[in-house]
Design a protein around this ligand. Sequence first.
Ligand code: ATP
Ligand code: PRP
Length: 212
Amino acid sequence: MRYLTFALCKGRLAKQTLELLEQVGITCEEMKDKSSRKLIFVNEELKLRFFLAKGPDVPTYVEYGAADIGVVGKDIILEEDRKVHEVLDLKFGACRMCVCGPESAKELLGHREIIRAATKYPNIAKNYFFDQKHQTVEIIKLNGSIELAPIVGLSEVIVDIVETGTTLKENGLKVLEEVCPLSARMIVNPVSMRMENDRIRELITGLREILK
Ligand SMILES: Nc1ncnc2c1ncn2[C@@H]1O[C@H](COP(=O)(O)OP(=O)(O)OP(=O)(O)O)[C@@H](O)[C@H]1O
Ligand SMILES: O=P(O)(O)OC[C@H]1O[C@H](OP(=O)(O)OP(=O)(O)O)[C@H](O)[C@@H]1O
């Protein structure tokens, strides 16, 4: 039997991903050791391999077949637009992609004026403004602390993740429009889906039962 390889997200989704996999009997104790610098872990008994990668790289590993299965946020699936099958909504990591800004920017959105939108997600922002809203905006790519942009005058609005709303509130910003809801998803390489169909189907069925 060949090894099935999982690409998992580093960061805030990692713990819940491992906990969920544990519930269907997939364990990788070694992976929990935070002090380790080891990058890939093997469960010999189950013929599984796991590695942790930066979120945006997970769909890349899965598209190329370097990983059979990935667990990643829906935001990253939309932004990266890789050729992978999205097979399951894992429900955790729930948040929303939103257009946010000061209250005063609401009028600019309504009037369809040309505005600047700062974001870590330029493709999601383009798709929303250009294809869905038919509004011309200048997209400014940032890599973090997106809420700073309207405060310092880099942009009128931002397109970013909102979970509790605390970051917005503490910076005097509001949700102006909702783009889409987000959560962690399981993705599968299309060739693996055919070649390892029985094992992957069994995993999906097991997870579906738990998520009910
Ligand atoms: N409050 C939140 N902020 C950001 N991402 C969240 C939040 N809540 C859930 N998520 C989900 O967690 C994933 C991001 O986790 P991660 O810890 O890698 O965050 P990051 O801040 O984008 O990463 P990095 O620190 O490498 O820039 C997102 O892709 C999203 O699906
Ligand atoms: O609604 P909240 O619960 O406040 O969460 C939303 C905030 O969390 C994320 O930032 P992150 O912590 O990833 O920081 P970064 O974007 O600066 O990397 C996101 O980009 C928002 O800023």
